[in-house]
Write a protein that binds this ligand. Structure first.
Ligand SMILES: [Zn+2]
Length: 185
């Protein structure tokens, strides 16, 4: 499953990681991005099918994450398997921005998450994958990827459908509630 529960930036952490890593062995660098704040770029050519980066960080339960980040508008959580365990991102891969027409995808392999190239990527290009967000509560997650195929949100198509159904249900509930007729005493 390509799923990531993630909302906006945890900026201080991102900056410290960017300073620490600067440029990693795989030729990835962090610099400002037109898509959103900082992004991850490659300095070398990447062939289709190659593992670009691993999404690493402590594994915590979804409940733990909800408690830790209850007040935080910014999280870098990657849902594993059915989503009961999440990776609390602390790695180069957390800088990778979402795109609706990405050059990478995520692959879960024995509990590890890899960002893998789905196209040949030229040096200097920004690395992207489709976040397919879910479980975002009331949060909006507008997309600014600028691709012609942009769906306008970083939520997955499945999540967008689910949200539409929920909104419709909520409206219907309001409509079917008994109206006060203002009966005079
Ligand atoms: Zn988009």
């Amino acid at each position: 499953m390509h799923r990531k529960r993630c909302n906006r930036m945890r900026q201080p952490l991102k900056e410290s990681i960017a300073q620490k890593h600067g440029q990693n062995r795989m030729g990835l660098i962090i610099r400002s991005s037109a898509i959103h704040a900082a992004g991850c770029y490659t300095t070398t050519r990447i062939t289709k099918g190659k593992k670009v980066a691993e999404y690493t960080g402590p594994r915590i339960t979804k409940d733990e994450a909800d408690t830790i980040y209850e007040e935080s508008p910014v999280t870098y959580l990657f849902g594993l398997g059915d989503g009961t365990v999440v990776i609390d991102g602390h790695c180069m891969a957390m800088f990778i921005n979402h795109s609706c027409d990405p050059n990478c995808e995520t692959e879960e392999e024995n509990g590890r998450v890899w960002i893998t190239a789905i196209k040949n990527i030229a040096p200097g290009a920004e690395i992207t994958y489709d976040y397919c967000l879910y479980d975002g509560g009331d949060e909006e997650a507008d997309c600014n990827c600028g691709e012609s195929s942009c769906r306008g949100t970083m939520y997955s198509r499945e999540e967008v459908r689910k949200r539409k159904v929920e909104t419709r249900k909520a409206r219907n509930t309001l409509k079917t509630q008994p109206q006060s007729k203002g009966v005079a005493a």
